[in-house]
Ligand binder design. Sequence first.
Ligand code: FAD
Length: 461
Amino acid sequence: MAENDLIVIGSGPGGYVAAIRAAQLGARVTVIEEDKVGGTCLNYGCIPTKALYQSAATALLAARMEDFGVVAGKPAIDMAKVHSWKRRAVDKLTGGVSQLLKGYKINVVNGRARLAGNGKVIVKRNDGESLELESKNVLIATGSKQAVPEVCGINLKGVMTSKELLGYEGLPGRLLVYGGGYIAMEFASIYNALGSKVTVMVRSKVLRLMDGEISKRLTLLLKKRGITFYEGTLLDRIEEGEKGLTVHALKGEEAVTLDADLVLVATGNVPNTDGLGLEEAGVKTGPKGIVVDEFYRTSAEGVYAIGDVIGPPYLAHVASEEGKAAVEAIFGRPGKVNYGVIPAAVFTIPEVATAGKTEEELQREKVSYKVSKFLFGGNGKAVAMGEEEGLVKVLAYDDGHLAGVHIVGPHASDLIHEAAIAMHAGVSVEELISCIHAHPTLAEVFHEAVMALNEEAIHQL
Ligand code: FAD
């Protein structure tokens, strides 16, 4: 076995990106993966959900083809084909990552890794053999898994996590989604568009960590599409009955009983640390996962950790940035992750995206700020596309710099990056206003929202 400058445990967007960056810096790298290359993101997360999202968005568009003057037969959903579209995307991208790892001469070992102290890692290979590897640097990138509430009936057939639902090729008549985070909302949107009757039940409120106004707007738009919401409702138990599954919950004092064919439980994440030998190796953990310092060093010499396993935000691009920063620190080029400006997108229909502070955060910090909004309905491209729902909300400090930008509307996930770059680079409101935006584009909605800070938006009174 070749000597290693770095052993990476886990090949998700944290681990594989870290491995490639280390190889670019000249390191000899081994990646250990117990399941599939690409981790949660490529196999059970970001990518399969976005492929399903594409089918769902196409179904909605197909249902209104005649608005655009396209006359064809009545659209129908073929779930087998929906899932083969999903598999095509997953296979193409995981195959691409494997090729990249090979191209960078990164040694990939299929098996389960455990720390054995002093730079030693024991791998129980998937073929049954055991292997001992050694390196001065070990990077833990083992991710997280879905947290499941301990309520009666949680193990019934038909009660699923997102991973299980992604592998289920049927179309439930009635889907109950328990949870209000981005994964819950994406599945709710997707299955609603594919034709299921969707009910969302959430302990507090939908997208609770996002800007309150945006989460309210999204909830309204999704209600208009036929999704039913029970906010402030706590799951009590699930039973099997004649009508499928019966979900019992409490909304304050009031009992809520709902029937469903499938229940998706999407109530958060727990770090993947089981069996890693952390305690024996002297790696400290806290309530959210492995504890690290600003260079992703754990409490054990030569052991680093990044990505979901160190806690929220549970985002692929954050895991990747941390992976790059960690290996740059290991190999002498300290990198930094700008946690102040993390763009994040929710692939509901319409999409939601956010970067920087929410209005609630600014209020809690008691700083003075300005707020402006511009509606997609006032934008030429959005009207021509028939995608007029939603708005861009801009928050700015009194010194003329952006504090946060929040979008609900078409292509929000792409539009957010102009705002993220502006905040990351400290571009001022005045500079953004003076930067010409092409017409007609959705980017003009952001431009006009920024102009509205100075009461200069043109297409809005
Ligand atoms: P992971 O991707 O979880 O990879 C960890 C890897 O380590 C896994 O492959 C696992 O098999 C392996 N492993 C664990 N323990 C061991 C061991 N002992 N030995 C060997 N291998 C081990 N994020 C976004 O940014 N955008 C999205 O749109 C998005 N959508 C999502 C949708 C869903 C349904 C889910 C569940 C998640 C989504 N995420 C999204 C979150 C994203 O998938 C995670 O934040 C990201 O995958 C974290 O990357 P990671 O490298 O830290 O861990």
